[in-house]
Design a protein around this ligand. Structure first.
Ligand SMILES: [Zn+2]
Length: 113
């Protein structure tokens, strides 16, 4: 059910951004969501439609871009995909891994008119 809360904050951000630009309505909202957020796109789009009703974002298009899960080894600096969630560096076997992509969730840009 976290898609509902996410949809609400996306609408809030879009409406606020449109307000600062004196826009009449929001046309499109581009969202970048990390893989680890496990968002179900169809659900997010559905909730976005419900939450944006009666706002200037009503009828706008939500597009969702997924950011892959990527880690960086603190030991050797290698960057690699964390697809299987094994937090071990493939180069030096180090286990001090920092996630550099995959957990983000943000509104990338908004088109208004
Ligand atoms: Zn390493």
């Amino acid at each position: 059910m976290h898609e509902m809360a996410i949809a609400r904050s996306i609408v809030d951000i879009a409406v606020a951004a449109a307000g600062t630009e004196n826009a009449r309505r929001v046309v499109r909202v581009n969202v970048l969501a990390g893989e680890l957020r496990a968002i179900i796109p169809s659900q997010l789009i559905l909730y976005f439609g419900l939450v944006s009703r009666d706002t200037i974002a009503e009828g706008s298009h939500l597009s969702l871009e997924t950011a892959p899960l990527v880690g960086r080894c603190a030991g050797c600096g290698d960057e690699f995909s964390l697809k299987d969630l094994t937090l071990v560096c493939p180069v030096c076997r180090g286990q001090d891994i920092e996630m550099i992509s995959g957990t983000e969730l943000r509104v990338k840009d908004i088109e208004v008119e």
